[in-house]
Design a protein around this ligand. Structure first.
Ligand code: TXD
Length: 317
């Protein structure tokens, strides 16, 4: 059986880590595309020269031509500018829309049967645009944001409670903006509600709520926290890990339940927009959208987040 093939469009900070992770996990052969000559070629050569050390058998090819992505099973898009300190993700929409349009045309022409995972910001708008330009079915065009936002939320909970990150379950819904919806009620440590554990830790309900509120706030601002520290760009290790988890679930038909920026057709009260919700990702791309009950407060936060996504998408038109 032929190896799977993964194309990475954008060979910058996230693109480079994606290439390395895809190779280390032997997800398939990797093509790294960028418009900058030498950049993807250099990164691929560098990673490939580590293969005897790490022991992975995949081919890595850096390129500046779209012909090389032909036959890709999965395409991950990071092309576009990242934020600088003081910028919101939405400030990137004009410049990144132009880039996304050309990228989506390249994917449509050269990898028409691929599954596409968009990472470029502003995420929800860029996924919408990518689907529109490629014309691919909605189950084949998705965005990565929720895996990362949820991972950040989980990390903060694990650090606060002094437990392994592996035993924390938590999720964010909605758009990849400051209005994202970290679900407090469903956050648990192996099924034990996090709020209850906080109440026992502090023996004080008000303090527990205060600590949880602070973790929610930090989750919403976590991307900006990294930008403020790096000063020259945004997070790149964790977004790459997150997208690789999604790609792996599709390529290996794992059917993992991952928060995914997916096209909604009435689910969670949203119709005709891409928004972050839990999805089953497998060989068919988005195979299921898992719906569940939101209480009034959660639904109100979701509605606010969706309103922000709609505003951004309106700018595209
Ligand atoms: O979770 C998430 N979704 C995100 C998204 C988390 C963090 C950052 N996120 C966004 O990903 C970020 O705001 C950016 O929009 C993208 C890529 O971030 P990265 O940190 O990798 O940016 P770089 O290092 O600037 O890399 C972008 C590359 C760079 O090498 C450019 O030369 C290239 O994109 N580029 C292009 N490639 C192909 N085609 C075109 N037209 C093009 N234009 C620029």
């Amino acid at each position: 059986m032929a190896r799977k093939k993964i194309a990475l469009i954008g060979g910058g900070q996230i693109g480079g880590v994606l290439a390395q992770l895809a190779a280390l996990r032997e997800l398939g052969d990797v093509v790294l595309f960028d418009i900058v000559e030498g950049l993807p070629q250099g990164k691929c050569l560098d990673i490939a020269e580590a293969s005897p050390v790490d022991g992975f058998d995949v081919c890595l090819k850096g390129t500046n031509t779209y012909e090389d992505i032909a036959g890709s099973d999965v395409v991950i898009v990071t092309a576009g500018l990242p934020r600088k300190p003081g910028m919101s993700r939405d400030d990137l929409i004009d410049v990144n829309s132009k880039i996304m349009t050309s990228v989506a045309e390249g994917i449509k022409a050269h990898a028409p049967n691929s599954f596409v995972i968009v990472i470029s910001n502003p995420l929800d708008a860029m996924v919408t645009l990518c689907q529109k330009v490629t014309g691919f079915p909605h189950n084949r065009v998705i965005g990565q944001a929720g895996v990362l936002d949820s991972a950040r939320f989980k990390a903060f909970i694990a650090w606060e409670l002094g437990v392994s990150v592996k035993d924390v379950n938590a999720m964010t819904l909605g758009g990849h903006g400051d209005d994202m919806v970290p679900l407090v009620r469903y956050a648990s440590v192996n099924g034990i509600p996090v709020l209850e554990l906080l109440e026992r830790k502090y023996n004080d309900k008000a303090k527990a709520k205060e600590v949880m509120d602070a973790m929610v706030k930090r989750t919403r601002g976590a991307g900006g926290e990294v930008v403020a520290l790096l000063k020259t760009g945004s997070a790149f290790y964790s977004p790459a890990s997150s997208a690789i988890a999604m790609a792996e679930s599709i390529l290996r038909d794992q059917k993992r339940v991952l928060p995914t920026c997916a096209y909604l057709n009435g689910e969670f009260g949203v119709k005709g927009f891409y928004v972050g919700v839990p999805c089953v990702l497998g060989a068919g791309g988005v195979e299921q959208i898992l719906q569940f009950e939101l209480d009034a407060e959660e639904q109100a936060m979701m509605d606010k987040s969706v309103a922000a996504v709609k505003e951004l998408v309106a700018i595209l038109k």
